[in-house]
Design a protein around this ligand. Structure first.
Ligand SMILES: NC(=O)C1=CN([C@@H]2O[C@H](COP(=O)(O)OP(=O)(O)OC[C@H]3O[C@@H](n4cnc5c(N)ncnc54)[C@H](OP(=O)(O)O)[C@@H]3O)[C@@H](O)[C@H]2O)C=CC1
Ligand SMILES: O=C(O)CCC(=O)C(=O)O
Ligand SMILES: [Mg+2]
Length: 742
């Protein structure tokens, strides 16, 4: 064991998790200090990432380093110990809002040039491209994913079940997917035996060769895929679904992952907007082109850009928008009070959370009047759509699942080194001219070729061999540790999965699988199998690729626990370090809105508590710091007590919120530390803290609750003012003074 400095990195992110950090981090730092552990922050918030890319525009005092790049490097080293809170994966509307706020705060950064003309503008756009979409997680995730609901959390959910909507056989909700001419059906995949370098080349009908990407290095044993979605087929499919939703009298809803699939999915989203507003766009095409409306940013781009039109022209378009709403099917709404539809902003409806939330609610979404209605959930590509249909079918047949009795479906996900679709951004292209796209190796051999037409979306993905081996190993380890069946969700009829299945079968032989139940099933079948077991109270590990890792770790937790924020989310880094993600959910923008309006933060930090305990434990193992081990076990015990006593934020003003829940965690943690007998020094140090917190309980809770009820100023949304936000999140003078003594 080395005796290197014990350091944990705690990330500064965005929105609700960032607010929670102002309250929770000082507590963590105070407790960690007693074990000689320093907890340092690094800023990977959207605002921080923007500023890091424009140092020359900023004063010395305004500059911040590229903390994301720094952590990306750290993640490849054995000493890495990083606690990662959810951050914004920005769409262009979010990026623009963050830039505007920073400019208003006196930061001289450039606006986002959506249509760059000069080289300078192109360079700015390229810098912003590094900030857009899911820019953080792929950099840090140098390991595969182990996400599960710990026993204490699962038991808490069984005892305190969240409400579930009713499901009946009469529900008209269903999933629509292409099933042909899409990424699933066109996928071709090969495993390269030796390391090589490939180019992606489009040969147009006239024989001209356009290199779309050159010098893509592949390692020996790496899987590479190529596939495309036909734009014509997509448009025909979407037009049919608009018709179908109207005919079936259900809401039209489109579910994409425009943040993580930041190249392909905004394009698909734009086709969705164009399908719904086809007549409007045909009629006003010239005006919209002049305005530079880009439907990849959603219908909201039109809504904001027509503001600059003369009043009569604007009114004409607005009337035609209303006509579109009247003649088309009702749209699922994101916010019916504000008239924001499912098609307004591509980052508002994110499939991993939107589909489970819809299923949890009994298959309903909300219409323009805020009324519940069944929905046609449009998921164009058919790689994974069948998973949701399988759950819907089950619920229609059997009624809603019951959180009091249902089993759990943890996940082991392949994601290291930008595996699969989530690593495809730099290899995804909207084809400009018909021809053949090929992946050509160093010897000039075409490994994969596709005939494409203009507008088709072509993409390549990679999955490296070492992460796949590691993933199989992790799956076997989890199956062994739990004795629960482990199902690989892989479809031999899909190009990529067929390659993966071969590797899985090979690498399983490296392990002792005697007595374990390990199966390989296509995703929809695996889902049906798992849900049927779940309903009987049985557990089943889902072992999946990167996309289903994302989908399943919201789908099952949202059904089981109400939210994926309560998940334990561990990324054992391949070089020995640990990345501990907090929960599996997003950053819940609506929590911030509520906080600013009424000084009440509903965010549940349970994910942070769980991550912190495993982080201390990992630290104790890698550095031999025995006190860190005591912090870990006492924190786990405190979290158990926290759940038992139900000290999570209540949902109403006047109950304890996020800050109150942090206080209780602190109290229980101090009590556990004082009571343990492993380390007398720690026990002695925390006895007075526990006593002080305990005797001041009433006063502290009163002070925390007294702060609620009125508007609060955090100094910003994307770029908060540390002093103001900290003051707002630490309103109990009594609690602060006790913490100062730790
Ligand atoms: N790892 C990461 O960094 C991730 C980041 N994101 C980012 O988060 C943002 C929003 O994402 P989206 O996927 O829509 O999810 P949300 O953050 O909106 O979460 C969905 C719902 O889950 C519940 N919820 C989530 N977290 C908590 C919590 N800690 N406490 C209580 N309830 C919670 C709430 O549901 P209810 O009100 O029904 O209880 C919430 O409305 C986006 O900017 C996205 O890019 C998203 C996923 C992961
Ligand atoms: O990186 C992102 O954009 C979101 C990540 C996510 O949803 C997940 O990891 O579950
Ligand atoms: Mg997710």
């Amino acid at each position: 064991m080395s005796t290197e400095k014990s350091t944990i990195i705690y990330t500064k992110t965005d929105e609700a998790p960032a607010l929670a950090t102002y309250s929770f981090l000082p507590m963590v730092q105070a407790f960690a200090k007693s074990a000689g552990v320093s907890v340092e922050t690094r800023d990977i918030s959207l605002a921080g990432r923007i500023l890091a890319h424009f140092p020359e525009n900023l004063t010395e005092a305004q500059r911040i380093g590229d903390h994301l790049a720094e952590l990306g490097e750290l993640a490849t080293k054995p000493e890495a110990n990083i606690i990662k809170l959810p951050n914004i994966s920005a769409s262009i509307p979010q990026l623009n809002a963050a830039i505007k706020e920073l400019q208003d705060h006196g930061y001289d950064i450039p606006s986002y040039p959506s249509d760059p003309k000069t080289d300078a503008e192109k360079e700015i756009k390229a810098r912003y491209a590094k900030v857009l979409g899911s820019a953080v997680n792929p950099v840090l995730r140098e390991g595969n994913s182990d996400r599960r609901a710990p026993g204490a959390v699962k038991n808490y959910a069984k005892k305190n079940p969240h409400s579930m909507g009713k499901w009946t056989a009469a529900s008209k909700t269903r999933v629509a997917t292409m099933g042909k001419d899409d990424f699933f059906s066109n996928e071709k995949s090969v495993t390269v035996p030796e390391a090589t370098t490939v180019d992606i080349v489009l040969t147009t009908a006239s024989g001209e060769k356009q290199v779309l990407k050159s010098g893509l290095a592949l390692k020996a044993g790496e899987i590479i895929d190529g596939t495309f979605m036909s734009a014509k087929a997509l448009d025909a499919f979407l037009a049919e679904q608009v018709e179908a939703a109207k005919k079936e009298e259900v809401l039209f809803s489109l579910h994409m992952k425009a943040t993580m699939m930041k190249v392909s999915d905004p394009i698909i989203f734009s086709h969705g907007v164009k399908a719904y507003f086809a007549d409007l766009i045909a009629k006003h095409g010239d005006t919209l082109a002049e305005l530079g409306v880009d439907f990849k940013n959603g219908f909201g781009d039109l809504v904001s850009k027509i503001e600059s039109l003369p009043a009569d022209k604007k009114a004409e378009i607005e009337a035609d928008i209303q006509a579109a709403y009247t003649s088309g099917p009702d749209l699922a709404m994101v916010n019916s009070d504000k008239g924001i539809t499912n098609l307004h902003v591509p980052s508002d409806v994110i499939i991993d959370a939107s589909m489970p939330a819809m299923i949890r609610s009994g298959g309903i979404m909300w219409d323009k009047d805020g009324k519940e209605a069944d929905t046609l959930a449009v998921i164009p590509d058919s790689c994974y759509a069948g998973v949701y249909q399988a759950v819907i079918d089950f619920c229609k047949e059997n009624g809603a699942l019951d959180p009091k009795t249902m089993g759990t479906v943890p996940n082991v996900g392949l994601m290291a080194q930008k595996a699969e679709e989530y690593g495809s951004h730099d290899k995804t292209f909207e084809i400009e001219e018909a021809g053949t796209v090929s992946i050509v190796d160093a010897d000039g051999n075409a490994l994969i070729s596709h005939e494409v037409e203009a507008g088709d979306i072509w993409r390549a993905c990679q999955a490296k061999d070492a992460p796949i081996r590691d993933w199989v190993k992790l799956a076997v380890a989890r199956a062994r540790a739990t004795g629960v069946p482990a199902i690989f969700w892989l479809d031999g009829d899909r190009g990529h999965d067929a390659q993966l299945i071969e590797k899985v079968n090979t690498y399983l032989q490296d392990h002792d699988t005697e007595g374990l139940d390990i199966q390989i099933l296509p995703p929809a079948v695996a889902c049906k199998f798992s849900v049927e077991r779940m309903a009987k109270g049985l557990d089943t590990i889902s072992v999946t690729g990167n996309v289903l890792r994302d989908y399943n770790t919201d789908l099952f937790p949202i059904l089981e626990l109400g939210t994926s924020a309560k998940m334990l989310s561990i990324v054992p880094l391949m070089n020995g370090g640990g990345l501990f993600e907090t929960g599996a959910g997003g950053s819940a923008p609506k929590h911030v809105q509520q906080f600013l309006k009424e000084n009440y933060l509903r965010w549940d930090s349970l994910g942070e508590f769980l991550a912190l305990a495993v982080s201390f434990e990992h630290l104790s193992e890698t550095t031999g710091n025995a006190k860190a081990k005591v912090l870990a076990t006492t924190l786990d015990a405190a979290t158990g007590k926290f759940l038992e006593n139900d000290k999570s934020p209540t949902r109403r003003l006047g109950g304890i919120d996020n800050r109150g829940s942090h206080f209780y965690l602190c109290l229980y943690w101090a009590q556990e530390l004082a009571a343990q007998t492993e380390d007398a020094e720690l026990a002695g140090a925390f006895q007075p803290v526990a006593d002080a917190l305990s005797s001041s309980e009433e006063k502290i809770v009163e002070e925390l609750i007294a702060a609620q009820g009125s508007e609060v100023d955090a100094g910003g949304y994307y770029h908060m003012d540390d002093e103001k936000a900290s003051a707002a999140m630490r309103p109990s003078a009594t609690l602060n003074s006790i913490l100062a003594l730790v």
